[in-house]
Structure formats: structure tokens, C-alpha cells
Design a protein around this ligand. Structure first.
Ligand code: ARG
Length: 461
């Protein structure tokens, strides 16, 4: 049988494999509610402008309401032979209200229709991700406030560098997730123009009111160029870029949780809720949730790469290649949502081992910088000279296999005669973190204030 939508030009229907490669209903059924919202706005505008008779418009609107109810209660049957969500809904509308259904597609094409539906879907998804990111920030800031003064080692090159606080470390991620939210918001601002009415590619000869449909659908304005409207998918690319960057932040944090949860580090334990055991090794507590967050970053980045490559050689305007814009985006943004939910749960349940963290913070001569700073402040030495003297003291302590604070005063004075016993006061980790009061530094007073500032701000959102 030839196709109902374009059968006039065709003698036969598609090959079976054509139907399979062409159909998108298997994934674009997710756009059903957006498709109906778009059609409702379109039909209302067609009636308003007198392009469609009131009774036809009313019948269409009523039919669309019924279809929405069927979709919401799960009774709608999707058919692969009808190719995509747009034709599935139109066919059902025809079954419900008869020939008037055929008037809905006046002054519209599936090209502007799909561009519209996908924008609406991405916009909803950005809003949902923003709410999830906020939740995660609250969980992090809560924990940061509780641990504003809990000492842990700070690392560079994965080597103990200087003591920091656990709260400070968590707030670093609050900052990153804040930028992720702002990137998503930026993408939302740029995507918020309505392509509806661009029609196939050139606009339409009907006296449509694009500003009205744009307004009805919550857009700031209609898009200004019909060719651009049906051609570009930069709104998907931009959202996926923001998602990929966010996934990288999540993945780095997940990697830290994996490390912290090892018996070797022993900095923090994940709760049973986010851990699995081994079917053979009874002692195991595997940080699967964190590993999955790390792993899913790969597919999110993959979706971005995939769509960049789909788009890179396409001449204007629509080509069917662009139907490949959806599955990766659906999968990636769903994965990101799962990762955010899992990470929020992990953070809430994360139990730091304060004793182990503090012991590790003192190991590895992590207060050597404090000693060098003391030499600069008290003995007025240039920093480079202080650095050299401290290096010799660290080397001496290392040969003796003791901490810096265990060197005797005569041993220190053999390296630098002007050192006095006041120096011992700066060699402890507590003293070290309390001294880091520069703006953005790790001093507990700073961290407490920052955590409170974040919580106040997040609670207002
Ligand atoms: N299913 C199609 C897509 O997702 C809808 C647009 C079809 N347009 C066309 N000219 N064949 O891209």
C-alpha cells in the first residue's frame, strides 16, 4: 500500500528494510506531549487568523486533548508503519475526528514541527537538570558546613601537597556545578525562539502569526530565518556540551570517591545503598554507583561527538541525517539525570573518616610550605631561600624517617641558626589550615562562611 501522507506521488509502499531504517517512533515517542502542545498552539493560531474555520479548529483541539489523555494513561498505540511521532498523532487524529484532521498541517511541515518539538523537549530537560543540580549543590554545601574544619590532605600530582578541609574540597564542586547550571541556562536562552511557521524551509504563503504561537509556547520570539530554523541543531549541541562538561565534573568527583573508599585511602565510606558486594569475595564493598557515574560520562561525551559528526557536512536545510539528533541526546541527558541523582544520594550518605584524613594530612611533609612561610615572615628571608632551607630540613627529617615537628631545635639550627622554637607552632595541620585565610582559601572560617552563603543562595532559588 502506498503511504497515506504522500501516496499521491507513489505507486507502492516502502521496502521492509526502508520502514525499519526510516522509522523514528521507537525513540521520538518521547516527544508526544511536546508535539501535541505545538499542534494546539498551531491550530489556535490558524483559527485566530481565519486560516481555519472555527468548527474544524475546535474539532482538532478536542481530538488532540483526547490523544494527550491516551498518551498519558498509556492506551495510545504507536505504529512503526507510521514512521514517527508526528504521523502517529496525525493518523490517530484522523481516526478520531475524520477529514478535518487533514487541515492541521496547513502552513506547517514536519521540518518545523520536529525542530519545535525537540526544542520544547530540550527546554523541559534543561529545567529538570537545573533542579537536580541545585539539589546536589545543597547536599554538598550541607556536608561542607558540617565539615568546614575537618582536615584532609590536599593533593597536586596526586602527592600530598598542603592540608585543606573536607568542606573546602566539597565546595569546589559546588562552584563547578554552579557553572554547569549557568552554561545550561545560557543554552536555554539561545534556544528559546520558536521555529514553528518556518514550514518546510521557505516559510509559507498563509497569513500565519508566528509571534502568537511563539508566545503561546513560552518562547521569547519566533526565529528570524526560516532556513536556519529547520536546519540547525546547535541547541542540542550546546546542551550536550554543557552536559558533557557537567558529566566530567561528576566523573572526577566519582573517581575521588572511588579512591577515598579504598581500604588503602580509607578517607570515606559509601553507604550500603550505593555499594555492592562480591559474589565470591565476602569482604568486598565495591563503589559501583561512583564507578557508573564515571563510566556514564563516556557515553554523554560520545553523544556530543556523535551529533557533531552527524551535522558537520550537512548542507542547508533539512536532511534525514538529522533524525539522528535524538537518540544520543535522549540517552545522554537521561544518563546525566541518573548520575546527578546517584551523586546526590552518595554525597548525603558519605561518611568521612576524620581520624584517617587528619593523619594523612600530616603525612608527607604537607606543612613544609608553612615552615617556609614562617622563615619569610619571621626571619625576613626571600621565599626562594626559605624554600631551600625548608627543603634541607625535609630531607633531614626524611633520612631520619620522622616528621618535621620531630626535628630538635639544634638539628634545625644546624641548617639555619636563626630558627627559634616558635617554629613548632606552625608545623601542625590545624595551624596550617587556620592560617589560610586569603579570599577563597581553606581556613575553616572561610569555608563556614562560604557554605552558609551557598545555602542561603540555594534556598532562595
Ligand atoms: N522523524 C523526522 C525527524 O526526526 C521528522 C522530520 C521529517 N521530515 C522530513 N522531511 N522527512 O527528523
Amino acid at each position: 500500500m502506498s503511504n497515506k501522507m504522500w501516496g499521491g506521488r507513489f505507486a507502492s509502499g516502502p521496502d521492509a528494510i526502508m520502514e525499519e531504517i526510516n522509522a523514528s517512533i521507537g525513540f521520538d515517542y518521547r516527544l508526544a506531549l511536546q508535539d501535541i502542545a505545538g499542534s494546539q498552539a498551531h491550530v489556535a493560531m490558524l483559527a485566530q487568523t481565519g486560516i481555519l474555520a472555527q468548527e474544524d479548529a475546535a474539532a482538532i483541539a478536542k481530538g488532540l486533548d483526547e490523544i494527550r489523555a491516551e498518551i498519558e494513561d498509556g492506551t495510545f498505540t504507536f505504529s512503526r508503519a507510521l514512521e514517527d511521532i508526528h504521523m502517529n498523532i496525525e493518523a490517530r487524529l484522523t481516526a478520531l475526528i475524520g477529514a478535518a484532521a487533514g487541515r492541521l498541517h496547513t502552513a506547517r511541515s514536519r521540518n518545523d514541527q520536529v525542530a519545535l518539538d525537540f526544542r520544547l523537549w530540550i527546554r523541559d530537560t534543561i529545567d529538570a537538570l537545573d533542579r537536580q543540580l541545585r539539589e546536589l549543590q545543597v547536599a554538598l554545601a550541607d556536608k561542607a558546613l558540617a565539615h568546614a574544619g575537618s582536615v584532609m590532605p590536599g593533593f597536586t600530582h596526586m602527592q600530598s601537597a598542603q592540608p585543606v578541609t573536607f568542606g573546602h574540597h566539597l565546595l569546589a564542586y559546588v562552584e563547578m556545578f554552579s557553572r554547569d547550571r549557568s552554561r545550561l541556562r545560557d543554552a536555554r536562552v539561545r534556544l528559546n525562539e520558536s521555529p514553528l511557521g518556518a514550514a518546510a524551509l521557505a516559510g509559507t504563503s498563509f497569513p500565519i502569526d508566528r509571534a502568537a504561537t511563539a508566545k503561546a509556547l513560552g518562547f521569547d520570539r519566533p526565529t528570524a530565518n526560516s532556513l536556519d530554523s529547520v536546519s540547525d541543531r546547535d541547541f542540542v549541541l550546546e546542551t550536550l556540551s554543557a552536559a558533557a562538561i557537567c558529566a566530567i565534573h561528576l566523573s572526577r568527583f566519582a573517581e575521588e570517591i572511588v579512591l577515598w573508599a579504598t581500604p588503602q585511602f580509607g578517607f570515606a565510606a559509601l553507604s550500603d545503598k550505593f555499594t555492592t558486594g562480591s559474589s565470591i569475595m565476602p569482604q568486598k564493598r565495591n563503589p559501583d554507583a561512583a564507578e557508573l557515574v564515571r563510566g556514564k560520562a563516556g557515553r554523554i561525551i560520545g553523544a556530543l561527538n556523535g551529533l557533531l559528526i552527524v551535522m558537520k557536512g550537512l548542507p542547508l536545510t533539512y536532511s534525514k541525517d538529522m533524525q539522528e539528533d535524538k537518540e544520543g541526546a535522549f540517552d545522554a541527558l537521561h544518563s546525566l539525570s541518573l548520575c546527578l541523582a546517584a551523586m546526590t544520594g552518595m554525597v548525603r550518605d558519605l561518611e568521612p573518616d576524620l581520624k584517617r584524613m587528619k593523619a594523612a594530612a600530616g603525612a608527607g611533609y604537607a606543612t613544609a610550605t608553612d615552615l617556609a612561610d614562617w622563615l619569610v615572615r619571621r626571619l625576613k628571608l626571600p621565599f626562594r631561600e626559605a624554600h631551600h632551607i625548608t627543603g634541607r630540613l625535609v630531607a633531614l627529617a626524611a633520612t631520619k624517617k620522622i616528621g618535621l615537628e620531630k626535628l630538635t631545635l639544634p638539628e634545625m639550627q644546624a641548617v639555619e641558626p636563626k630558627i627559634s622554637d616558635e617554629v613548632y607552632a606552625v608545623l601542625g595541620v590545624e595551624k596550617s589550615i587556620r592560617s589560610r585565610t586569603s579570599y577563597g582559601g581553606t581556613a575553616p572560617s572561610n569555608v563556614r562562611a562560604q557554605a552558609k552563603r551557598w545555602l542561603a543562595r540555594l534556598n532562595k532559588e
